[in-house]
Design a binder for this molecule. Sequence first.
Ligand SMILES: Cc1cc2nc3c(=O)[nH]c(=O)nc-3n(C[C@H](O)[C@H](O)[C@H](O)COP(=O)(O)OP(=O)(O)OC[C@H]3O[C@@H](n4cnc5c(N)ncnc54)[C@H](O)[C@@H]3O)c2cc1C
Length: 348
Amino acid sequence: MVTSVKPIIIVGGGLAGLTLGIGLRQRGVSAALWEAGHYPRHRICGEFICGRGQETLARLGLRDLLERAGAVGANTAAFFSATQSTRPLPLPSRAMCLSRFTLDATLAEKFRELGGELWEGKRRSDGDAGEGVVRATGRRLQAEEGGARWFGMKAHARNVPLTADLEMHVSPRGYVGLCRVNGGMVNVCGLFRRHAGESVGPQNRRELLRGPTGSPLHQRLASAEFDENSFCAVAGLSLRPYQAVTRADCCIGDAITMIPPVTGNGMSMAFESAELAIEPLVAWSRGEISWAETQPQIARRCDAAFARRLAWAKWLQRFVLTPSLQNALVRFAARSDWFWRMAFEKTR
Ligand SMILES: Cc1cc2nc3c(=O)[nH]c(=O)nc-3n(C[C@H](O)[C@H](O)[C@H](O)COP(=O)(O)OP(=O)(O)OC[C@H]3O[C@@H](n4cnc5c(N)ncnc54)[C@H](O)[C@@H]3O)c2cc1C
């Protein structure tokens, strides 16, 4: 008997969409992916991959592929505030850093190699959902949240001396992470708060990325040579956690919810949510379960996997962005291995 296999349409070819497409193709399910942009391209991201998503990558046979694409290992992290700093602290588990320019393009090529249909430069309308359609369209923009507007920026630079594989610099405006990526570059990526009515032009944005004069961040970037093509920015970020079961569509990755970037866990959640969706989608594709069963099954799996880390991340983000607590937090991290390991483990 020949089992009919229904195709899956994936909207959004970022990390979640591409990982899902690869997983489906590996199981013989036909998958078509719509991506509004093109590959390769720079994306806003700290480009620091850590946590369980690495196990997903290994299970899908993608970890070695990314290592071959140039991913750089990261084993230590150091934290800086206006007056405090830590020594390089060992990461509880090894992370990998790879530019999104290379990462997304590598996964897109793998998806095509496996027979996936990838349409670049094709934006699918939001209302165009329904059976067999998975939304992997990334973060949902939110003009303002809790009286603040969030925006992110990233650029690659050379000539940035680092004391650890990942440096995290906090300031009253937000935080900036620095990590080594492929090609001898350092990723400089920040999340900042803009108050209502305040205007932050492109030049001020670059200054924000460089940090306040005299700060350790400013010193690190004193001789930085930025790659102008790598600058990107995004405004209107939403950092409030959402549950997948509350979403009307079948969603994975940031389309469900965005975890605060301070955790460096968003990419991991994109990989993991894609993997969690594979089995129910394969079952639907083979006609074993209905769409009405498939969508909530995926949502419940994702919520069960992410609820705890989202709750911890919300508090961590709040503490890190409270100016009066920043020096104390960094001092505490410098003195207590337990505190730092706990914050790391609870948010992934
Ligand atoms: C400042 C900042 C720093 C970060 N740093 C880190 C970090 O260091 N480590 C980490 O793990 N995570 C980090 N993240 C989070 C991480 O970037 C995201 O969690 C991850 O990219 C989510 O993957 P995704 O596939 O869900 O979405 P995306 O990667 O955003 O992909 C969504 C895709 O959908 C496409 N699309 C959207 N709408 C449509 C449509 N209608 N039709 C067709 N295509 C569409 C878009 O073009 C895009 O390619 C950071 C985020 C920010 C903002």
